[in-house]
Write a protein that binds this ligand. Structure first.
Ligand code: GUN
Length: 327
């Protein structure tokens, strides 16, 4: 097995700039909201429902509500106790379905054990399903019919398109087959004429498959799962992972000379956030690489704003399409 390092190992992968693209999408969203308000008197409104007190979910929900406020969308945060039953949550969802001024309903996942996640997702009015998780929206996406697309996969496509990465004809390898990321991103890239392979926990000799990829997308939820030997020299690598690293030796292994700030975070907060890709090893081989944090995560929430605006248009029969959008 030959590990392909770049000839000059000091040459690092160029950043695939999720932050820049997210800012662009947010700017467009703010313009769209202002126009919907002035031309139609409509303010798109998102309601985020959170059950229980998982601290990570609380941070995600706060970020979503804050971004709505920043861009001029209406927003509400419904916080329910951890003991909430499936029946009680169904009632909340149904009451939001009935409220005409609510355009988007998002139930933050994961839900506490004992709550039937599928029943909750299926109860959301598909026209308000800004996550794109409802079976009707998943089916419409697969049939290439207009629908609300899942935010992270759609954000990855936006990132590649706006950063000038050619998708048509490219060999894409997706590592991970979740309903939220792996499967839909594979489908969206197939729709843009990539040749797509999906790897998962049962894939044999996975490095042989991932090394074929011009574009490697990784969403497995394991720190350092993808290392130098998995990546073809010059490939574009999109790291969807979000893992907490707590061990200082591991942090030094991941970041080498640039570990200083990360070590400080571990000492002060107890952890630093890393993706599924070994940044030092893969940075020496890949052509382009998304940072974690500051990559795909920022795009997910930006795309949620766009979906909420799109839901408001579709529900109210407003047919304008933004001209600059490339998605
Ligand atoms: N939890 C982690 N990511 C997501 C997401 O995209 N949508 C929802 N509803 N919950 C999540």
């Amino acid at each position: 097995m030959v590990t392909q390092f770049k000839e000059n190992e000091s040459e690092r992968a160029r950043k695939l700039d999720g932050a820049r693209v997210a800012e662009e999408i947010k700017r467009e969203a703010a313009e769209d909201v202002a126009r919907l308000k002035s031309a139609y008197g409509v303010t798109p409104r998102l309601v985020v429902v959170r059950v229980g007190d998982d601290p990570a979910s609380a941070v995600y929900v706060r970020n979503k509500v804050r971004l709505c406020e920043e861009l001029g969308l209406g927003s509400e945060h419904v916080a329910l106790p951890a003991e909430t039953t499936t029946a009680e949550l169904l009632e909340v969802v149904e009451s939001l379905n009935r409220r005409d001024e609510v355009d988007g309903v998002l139930v933050q996942l994961p839900l506490p054990k004992g709550v039937d996640e599928s029943r909750i997702i299926e109860a959301i009015d598909p026209s308000k399903d800004v996550d794109g998780f409802h079976p009707i929206n998943v089916g419409r996406m697969m049939l290439r019919q207009p629908s609300l697309l899942p935010c992270t996969p759609a954000g990855i496509v936006e990132l590649l398109v706006r950063e000038g990465v050619e998708i048509a004809g490219a060999r894409v390898c997706v590592v991970g087959r979740s309903n939220i990321v792996g499967r839909p991103v594979a489908e969206l890239l197939l729709q843009r004429d990539a040749t797509v392979t999906i790897c998962h926990s049962r894939t044999r000799r996975i490095a042989e498959v991932t090394r074929e990829a011009d574009i490697l997308i990784v969403a497995v939820g394991r720190a350092s799962f993808i290392r130098a030997e998995h990546v073809r020299a010059g490939a574009t690598v999109v790291d969807v992972g979000m893992n907490k690293l707590t061990d200082e030796d591991e942090v030094r292994d991941f970041f080498g000379d640039e570990a200083g700030k990360r070590l400080k975070a571990v000492r002060e907060r107890g952890f630093t956030l890393v993706g599924d890709v070994h940044p030092l090893q893969v940075g020496a081989v890949a052509g382009r690489l998304t940072p974690v944090p500051g990559g795909v995560g920022l795009l997910t929430v930006a795309m949620l704003m766009r979906n909420t605006i799109q839901a408001a248009r579709l529900r109210r029969g407003i047919e304008e399409e933004r001209k600059k959008g490339k998605g």
